[in-house]
Design a binder for this molecule. Sequence first.
Ligand SMILES: Nc1ncnc2c1ncn2[C@@H]1O[C@H](COP(=O)(O)OP(=O)(O)OP(=O)(O)O)[C@@H](O)[C@H]1O
Ligand SMILES: O=C(O)[C@H](O)COP(=O)(O)O
Length: 402
Amino acid sequence: MTFKTLDDLDAGQRVLVRLDLNSPVEDGEVQDNRRFDRHATTVQELADRGDRVVLMAHQGRPGGDDFVSLEQHADILAGHIGMDVKFVADTYGDEAIEAIRGLEAGEVLLLENTRMLDEELPEEDPEVKAETEFVQTLSQEFDAYVNDAYSAAHRKHASLVGFPLVLPSYAGRVMESEYEANSSIATQEFEGDVTMVVGGTKATDVIGVMNALDEKVDQFLLGGIAGELFLRAAGHEVGYDVGGMDLFDDQWEANEDLIRSILDEKGDQIVLATDLAYEDDNDERAEVPVANITEKDTGYLDVGSDTVATYTPYIHDSEAVFVKGALGLFEDERFAVGTVGVLEAIAETDCFSVVGGGDTSRAIEMYGMSEDDFSHVSIAGGAYIRAMTGESLPAVELLQSN
Ligand SMILES: Nc1ncnc2c1ncn2[C@@H]1O[C@H](COP(=O)(O)OP(=O)(O)OP(=O)(O)O)[C@@H](O)[C@H]1O
Ligand SMILES: O=C(O)[C@H](O)COP(=O)(O)O
């Protein structure tokens, strides 16, 4: 590892810190999760040293239901570090600058969701991002930039790749530990079978990397949105947006060709759900074998119990298991059977295991499992999976060349 860390940064400075507090949002309420807990370590350390600590983070993507202000994040983070975290609903305008200049040594301020700025998105070269008004204006207020957002390091957004070109830059504690764990995964050789459990909602992200990982992974156990899209390609009447959903059809169009070619060329590595679960007329969980589904009129929210029974032996016989994405809507207890079943099967073995994904890893705590039963529980989603494929993470590279 070649980047500078907090050990190399003198105390008592004005420090701009990029965190990844991107969190699940339910009915407008931001859900506490381990990203807060992990980042609290870095924030606390800087505050304790007497730095003026200003935090940047993003939440959701424009247009999404989870694209909300960071006001609630400030309160949640404050609970984890046991001190006040101020919040300003601005990022680099007059209000933000005034709040930054008003900070005392050891105080912490969180700025508004960076994705509310046009200049944060889209992804562009660091040189372009460094020239934005956002980076040019905000950087004037600081002595140093700390990137702790390993889990967002695959995005070439201004808050991630612009600042390292204009401020002395350092890795935070989360950046350090995630980088170390996730890079070791890419470099390890396993003698026995390697299994990857693929699910979640970001099918477009995970399907592409399945392709890249086929040499490294013996079998992919599928669930979530990607799982249904593969079933759709295999000729089943599932994986369609029904009743106002917006999860399947766009991702199908974007990935249809790739899914079909993976199924054609690597079909023997792909294990698909044999049954699916949905909410019946009595609001209860009901299961149906995939083979019996003849109408595309139902939204499926989990894989079924038979699927868990099918997947379990693959896990028990593996030397390493990587999980990316939940197999169902586990936040609702009725639809946690797939995700919890697979995680419990992993916990029963002493295989090398990594659970990634900000959302998915939450299931471990939610359903009374212990992080100790897994080799590493990453708080990274897309960055984690890219690290597995050996793809570089632009924001990490910039820290390394700083
Ligand atoms: N069939 C389904 N219908 C609706 N939601 C689903 C379904 N299957 C999985 N999910 C949802 O997928 C989410 C996790 O997927 P996501 O793609 O966000 O992955 P992650 O790796 O955990 O997170 P991230 O990439 O954000 O770090 C869970 O919150 C779960 O509710
Ligand atoms: O939650 C994540 O994985 C990161 O914050 C990146 O989020 P994004 O996929 O919306 O860029």
